[in-house]
Design a protein around this ligand. Sequence first.
Ligand code: ATP
Ligand code: MG
Length: 280
Amino acid sequence: MLTLSGVAKRYPTGDRALANIELTLPKGQVMALIGPSGAGKSTLIRCVNRLVEPTQGSIRLENTEITKLSGHKLRHARRSMGMIFQEYALVDRLTVMENVLSGQLGYVGFWRSFLRRYPQEAVVEAFRLLERVGLTHAIDKRADALSGGQRQRVGIARALLQSPKLLLVDEPTASLDPKTSRQIMRLIRELCAERDLAAIINIHDVALAKQFADRIVGLRAGEIVFDGDPSELTSEILTTIYGEEDWDTTPEPMDDEVSEDQRDTGSYGAAPAMAVGGGR
Ligand SMILES: Nc1ncnc2c1ncn2[C@@H]1O[C@H](COP(=O)(O)OP(=O)(O)OP(=O)(O)O)[C@@H](O)[C@H]1O
Ligand SMILES: [Mg+2]
């Protein structure tokens, strides 16, 4: 459903970030993109939604050639790609619900969104998604009162509100503790399975990539040096991708996962209860 062929990117600074990328992602596949810092992972996913202009090559999403789009056609295509950022990119002073609804910007238009008037169907769907990502209790909380894991869940709900065909995820667990990281990866995985959604997930944590992805692609200096099943990712291949020293971090397996919400209930125990605004 997504095909990159001959994709290259050279930044105006002269940095060659990608060279001759060939990649086909079938529907429903969760692909982890790994590689050392500067390998071109963020550049690759940003080329797909044209936040970065590829210098060469073709990117097709279903029957649409993404590289040739502009104006409203590009905006329309972008709506079919949900983007989840490392830094959660939430508006701190807005509530969880408002942050999720702001994913509708492309649909409802700037002014309507600015005035925070959203179509009823969007509100219903946002509520349903927040329930699915486990945030019903935090719907009226301001984004700046959330933990990192909760912020990431809001980001996921927001990306899904557009009913995308593809998820582009950049370092979803970079600022999270190991347990929360696993929960977030599991959630993304489950949502992809439920919705037959394909995903490209940039991730530094190789153990997480192996555990949660269907396929792993290794980038090094802008080139694909590995593309295969997680089980094929041997030490030798990791050395090819990362060099001798960087990759050897295998966290202990953890089975007793306490949900983050449970922990939060403990830490916010003395705070006033947050209203759950079902009728927004
Ligand atoms: N806006 C930019 N202008 C110029 N060069 C850039 C720009 N963004 C990235 N680069 C360069 O392109 C290369 C790939 O960067 P990119 O951010 O895609 O790597 P990455 O694999 O995502 O790294 P990280 O793991 O640190 O996030 C690097 O050499 C980087 O310096
Ligand atoms: Mg990056």
